[in-house]
Design a protein around this ligand. Sequence first.
Ligand code: PGA
Length: 249
Amino acid sequence: MRPLLFAANWKMNIGPKEARAYLKTFRSLYQPHAEREAWFFPPAVSLEVVAEGTADRSDFLAGAQDIYWEPKGAFTGATSAPLAVQAGARATLIGHSERRHVFGETDEDTQRKVAAAFSNGLTPMLCVGEKLEQRDAGKTIDVVQRQLTGALGGLDREALARVIIAYEPVWAIGTGRNATPQDAAAVHREIRDWLTRQGAARTRVLYGGSVNLKNVAELLAQRELDGVLVGGASLDPTAWAQLVQTPAN
Ligand code: PGA
């Protein structure tokens, strides 16, 4: 069995009350599996509930969906890394495509956020991925490498080994349209090559974008994938428990 990470990105869904009920259902349906982890990225208001509701399990983890790089101060609406840690986060998404394309986040922003995550002991999960027009123009690899270099270029190999990368083609997120397992694996190999050139060949690389109960098995059949980052299909605890238990070798 190879180790697999299943990460749930709840986006702007599931408040604290709903999160309590969600975890109760999920925990009643999901039995621990060797080498398998389930991570949860709830909205900031539900972080503490999810952290507390998963604290007893070493195969579960709660993380923030985003952090701001300044540690504190007059930044209305933002969550700093220290605040996320205080709520129980142990990881954070960085540079999710919705942060990049809805909120205008730049590669420079992602670099600052990665640094803030590390200075506060949070595992950064960096999301990268190309838009449809970039894929059609044959620019997928250029875009992904630019995002990797922009966010992670300055890290030493020990730090890079602790980062997690999530490759999520923008055109596949929330659209029901997903990359073929072979397309996903091809980009994963490029990311792996980039990591290897930086001396961090074993950094985990997940796939995301309309992953669901129907397609997860064939995606996980690609050995290049170390797991999946899932939005829509993680919102129902019954389906998510089933998805995390999908057989793979
Ligand atoms: P999706 O979202 O599974 O709903 O496509 C994935 C993500 O944005 O992380």
